[in-house]
Design a protein around this ligand. Structure first.
Ligand code: NDP
Ligand code: PYC
Length: 339
């Protein structure tokens, strides 16, 4: 028997929506959560694909997420939209606020969306990619839980704090990157633990501050930022921009809020959308050509652009109408479907 199970794209969607609705999310939340996991699975981004259903169900079972929360969207200024997720998952709030963010960025050149009071578990690239599909450059950031030690530190203070950026390209998929500012995303460490694999050196320290390659010890100790003090500074910036700047929690405050419950982190998110046409004085077409020359020069050397792997995976998986997940995960998901 294979270690993996193959699902069609429709089966994957059905499995996810059934589990979410069977465990307390209403149809709108189940759809918006599934959309993002579907996108991840389709692009072979496994740490934030169907595996995250486990976190969604654990979170709602802990009794504090509102699986029926209706987000409140506020026009907070010419270039500012605020979305209150009202203790629901972030994704429905994002979905509801996105049209206003796009409209404001196109009108004023730049606009920001602050999402508040949301539980958050997802990858950010589908969000910035959507903004680039609307012709905008975009940045998104979130804190998480205080699992990551600052450079030179010994205990978790920072989150895994992802930073996502996207740049629109005419007739092509956007240039997009999205990564944790920790060496590894927490989800990746979990996948190593589930697979019984050792982590590479330099990813984490144990609870006594000693280097470790044991995923369990890493989860009980602290993870490390990428790029030493540089990643650490970026991570602190994300804490500030997606925390105090938008009147929401830092990773440390989010962890305290959870009171040890196995929930998704609870905090805010910031998205910034920029219109290349207004910012370049109406010369977006000419400047696009310059951006394309930059990309060509990178590819010409044998280097690859971030997201290139994803787009190849997407095409392959869409064509064969199939994705694979580990059999152990599939069996766990079937039990959630029945619960
Ligand atoms: P990775 O370390 O896998 O890096 C991902 C990014 O780097 C992608 O854009 C990827 O492109 C690009 N990349 C990877 N290798 C190369 C290469 N050789 N050359 C050029 N580009 C490359 O990501 P992480 O594990 O740090 O993060 C994974 C996901 O976890 C992210 O989507 C993030 O949003 C999510 N996350 C969410 C958190 C949350 O609180 N919600 C917290 C932390 C992470 P490609 O995809 O094409 O390989
Ligand atoms: O992988 O670090 C992570 C993560 C945290 C919250 C959601 N994903």
């Amino acid at each position: 028997m294979s270690d993996n199970v193959t699902l069609s794209l429709a089966e994957m969607r059905e499995l996810s929506e059934t589990i979410l609705m069977g465990n307390g999310f209403n149809e709108d939340h189940a759809r918006s959560i599934t959309d993002i996991m579907y996108a991840c699975q389709q692009d072979d981004c496994h740490s934030h694909g169907l595996h995250r259903l486990l976190m969604c169900v654990e979170s709602i079972k802990s009794g504090r997420i509102d699986g029926t929360a209706v987000p409140t969207i506020t026009d907070a200024g010419p270039s500012v939209v605020r979305a209150n997720a009202n203790k629901g998952m972030s994704l429905l709030a994002l979905q509801a606020a996105l049209p206003q963010l796009i409209e404001k960025a196109k009108k004023n050149g730049i606009a920001a969306l602050a999402i508040n009071n949301c539980y958050h578990f997802s990858a950010l690239w589908p969000e910035v990619e959507k903004l680039s599909e609307a012709g905008l450059a975009a940045i998104a950031m979130v804190p998480s839980h205080a699992w990551v030690a600052p450079a030179g530190g010994t205990r978790g203070t920072l989150g895994t704090n992802p930073l996502a950026f996207s740049w629109p390209r005419r007739g092509k998929h956007p240039f997009t990157f999205d990564f944790a500012t920790s060496q590894f995303a927490r989800g990746e460490v979990e996948l190593y633990r589930r697979a019984g694999k050792a982590l590479p050196e330099g990813v984490a320290i144990d609870k006594d501050g000693k280097p470790t390659t044991d995923p369990e010890a890493a989860m009980n100790g602290a993870m490390l930022t990428f790029g030493g003090y540089k990643g650490s500074a970026l991570s602190i910036m994300i804490e500030l921009l997606a925390g105090p700047l938008i009147d929401d929690l830092t990773s440390k405050e989010s962890m305290d809020f959870a009171e040890g419950k196995p929930e998704a982190p609870y905090h805010g998110e910031i998205l910034i959308a920029i219109d290349p046409n207004l910012l370049s004085g109406g010369k977006a077409v000419a400047n696009d050509e310059r951006a394309e020359r930059l990309f060509a020069d990178i590819i010409d050397q044998g280097a690859r652009l971030p997201s290139q792997r994803r787009y190849v995976a997407r095409e392959k998986n869409m064509k064969r109408d199939a994705i694979e997940i580990p059999r152990t995960l599939y069996e766990e998901l079937l039990t959630l479907r029945q619960s």
